[in-house]
Design a protein. Structure first.
Length: 632
């Protein structure tokens, strides 16, 4: 059979497979008619498929590759709203509504699509009510899940590129594939495997201007992509033609680096990655490789400052639990833990974390606000639980908010005691004055940017300073200066930042610990008493007090998060597993009740996990020594 005829048969079978998966049980005759009207479209990385505002003349289905949708912001910049990969439909909305294109769609890498012109679209809808209903349901489903889905589509083609010497990408790729097989079909390909498939030595590394070789390799990669959920493409040690091709065919690139080596750019990065067209190119994720007994990563910022990576992840290859975490990130099944602010009640976060560990639930990413940010850093340190509890208990054995200002021009509390507590705790956990990026698990905390009147996500920079910014309650604690802006407590805007976690790369499920316990309390008085009356009342036993008013500190703590609390119902809807420990008898400033609050958080979490039947996530065989913690 002639090669072009064989290719047409292959393309037809591939289209049929995608249409059946997308449209379901549409009448065979309609499906056959639809296939006959489709046009095969190949688009190179960096090319624009459609532009925002233009008339919609067709819809598309993605067969292979990856595209990204952008919308124009008020300031004239383009904002990414969604990625689309294999099996996704593109552009059907404007055909239904007659409205102009709502977004600009650009190919991130070489992609293959099929196109259905508008005239054929209208004819098919007229001839098949079932097709109309199916497409309408698909659109409604997209709109309903838009708030809960990650904007980043799960990658299929994943490149592994060594950017330091001494990295065994073949062994790393095979071990990553073993974990990815829990999530789907996996194929590992390197240059030698391509040569074997095409029955010719050295074929994968033919020069890019060899058109015949490029077409054969492209066809092979399309076939492999269609048959698998994940394809790991292993680059050579240098910028070879195969490595160059690989970088054009991948959805994401994992840059593998031995973290003990210099952070300089590798020839692969300089020759294969830096000259790609605007908007083109796979997202680059740097994977920093460490020894299993390392206490904490260091100097992560040096690696990130030298390259435009979309994310980073720390991996101890000798620990299977770290390899499993990377696999969950790549399969978009990672587990995020979100911890709310709430003063001393935040100790309950550690109790919930203890219950998750006992249940075999691995946490891959963690974020929080105020005290939740501090507890998030404890979790992300990945130290043994007994060490984390010991450090936190010792840190809060003194009142962190007890150093009052005698001249409160900016804040009632000096904040020096809290700063010293956090500095010592970070040193006890990690051994040095770390940055946020140096934590084993990716972390963020929320602050309020007072200078710019907006919420600010802190996922880089000095860890202690970031935590101080997140807990700096306006009027109670001094604000923090960062990059010329004043930052204060993140609870003002987002005390339970589930939405931030939902938008992070790789996250599939979100566990959230909310500390909101507010109950409506009616005041049995017409006016607030004067200062002397309140003072006399404070000297009475608690049960005999006449005025059920909050203290000034509690009032300041609560009033700053009122707007944020109005968003609680939305945050709760975005949480897959929701914890809300019953801490109504615990005051915001009762720092001396550490163990009791931890126990309450643990008991509540155990109850929720049992009630909802939450099974282990990401746990491995406990007898496998490779599954154990790193340095203790």
């Amino acid at each position: 059979m002639h090669k072009s005829a064989a290719r047409r048969i292959y393309q037809d079978e591939l289209v049929a497979r995608h249409l059946r998966a997308f449209l379901g049980d549409v009448e065979p005759s309609v499906l056959e008619d639809l296939r006959g009207r489709l046009e095969w479209v190949e688009i190179a990385g960096g090319e624009t498929l459609m532009s925002e505002g233009e008339a919609g003349d067709s819809m598309y289905w993605a067969i292979s590759g990856r595209l990204r949708a952008y919308v124009l912001s008020d300031d004239g910049s383009q904002r990414m709203v969604r990625e689309m990969g294999r099996g996704n439909s593109i552009g059907e909305m404007s055909l239904f509504t007659g409205e102009p294109r709502a977004a600009t769609v650009v190919a991130l890498r070489d992609s293959v699509l099929v196109r259905l012109p508008k005239s054929d679209f209208s004819t098919l809808l007229t001839s098949s009510p079932q097709l109309t209903i199916t497409l309408t349901r698909q659109i409604i489903g997209h709109l309903r899940t838009a708030h809960s889905r990650s904007a980043l589509e799960r990658p299929v083609m994943i490149g592994l590129l060594p950017i330091t010497s001494g990295v065994d990408q073949r062994d790393f790729g095979n071990r990553l594939a073993a974990h990815l097989r829990r999530h789907g079909r996996v194929r590992v390909l390197d240059a030698a495997a391509v040569d074997l498939e095409l029955h010719e030595a050295g074929f994968a590394n033919r020069e890019p201007d060899d058109g015949q070789a490029s077409r054969r390799i492209t066809l092979l990669l399309e076939e492999v992509e269609a048959a698998n959920d994940f394809v790991l493409l292993l680059g050579d040690d240098g910028p070879t033609p195969w490595t160059q091709r690989l970088s054009r065919h991948c959805d994401e690139l994992l840059l593998l680096a031995d973290a003990t080596q210099p952070a300089a750019l590798h020839p692969i990065e300089e020759q294969c990655l830096t000259r790609r067209p605007a908007h083109a190119g796979a997202a680059e994720i740097i994977v920093l490789l460490h020894a299993a007994d390392l206490r904490s990563p260091r100097n992560t910022r040096k690696w990130l400052d030298r390259r435009p990576v979309a994310d980073h992840i720390h991996v101890r290859p000798a620990l299977e639990r770290d390899m499993a975490r990377l696999a969950r990130m790549q399969s978009r099944t990672a587990v995020g833990l979100v911890l709310a602010g709430g003063g001393a009640r935040g100790f309950a976060h550690l109790g919930v974390y203890q219950a998750l560990q006992e249940r075999g639930i691995e946490i891959d990413c963690v974020g929080g606000t105020s005290i939740g940010a501090t507890m998030a850093a404890c979790v992300a340190s990945d130290r043994p639980l007994d060490v984390v509890l010991s450090v936190a208990r010792r840190a809060f054995s003194v009142n962190p908010t007890g150093d009052f200002n005698f001249l409160p021009l900016l804040s009632l509390i000096k904040g020096r005691r809290l700063r010293n507590i956090l500095r010592k705790s970070v040193h006890d956990l990690l051994g040095f004055d770390a940055d946020v990026e140096d934590l084993w698990k990716n972390t963020y905390c929320i602050a309020t940017n007072y200078s710019q009147a907006r919420e600010q996500v802190l996922n880089s920079g000095n860890l202690v300073k970031s935590m101080l910014a997140s807990v700096a309650i306006p009027g109670a604690l001094p604000p923090v200066v960062r990059d010329g802006d004043l930052l204060c407590d993140g609870g003002t805007f987002n005390n339970f930042p589930v939405d931030v976690m939902r938008n992070r790369r790789g996250i599939g499920r979100v566990f959230g610990v909310d500390l909101d316990f507010r109950k409506t309390r009616r005041m049995d008085m017409d006016e607030v008493p004067g200062s002397w009356a309140l003072l006399r009342d404070r000297f009475r036993p608690r049960g005999k007090r006449r005025f059920r008013l909050p203290s000034m500190m509690s009032y300041l703590l609560n009033v700053t998060i009122l707007y944020s609390m109005s968003r609680q119902s939305q945050a709760r809807r975005m949480t897959d597993v929701y914890f809300n420990p019953p801490l109504d008898r615990v005051g915001l400033l009762e720092w001396d009740k550490f163990d009791d609050i931890v126990l309450q958080g643990h008991a509540h979490a155990v109850e929720v996990l049992q009630r909802d039947g939450i099974a282990a996530i990401g746990s491995l065989d406990p007898g496998d020594s490779r599954n154990q913690q790193g340095a203790s």
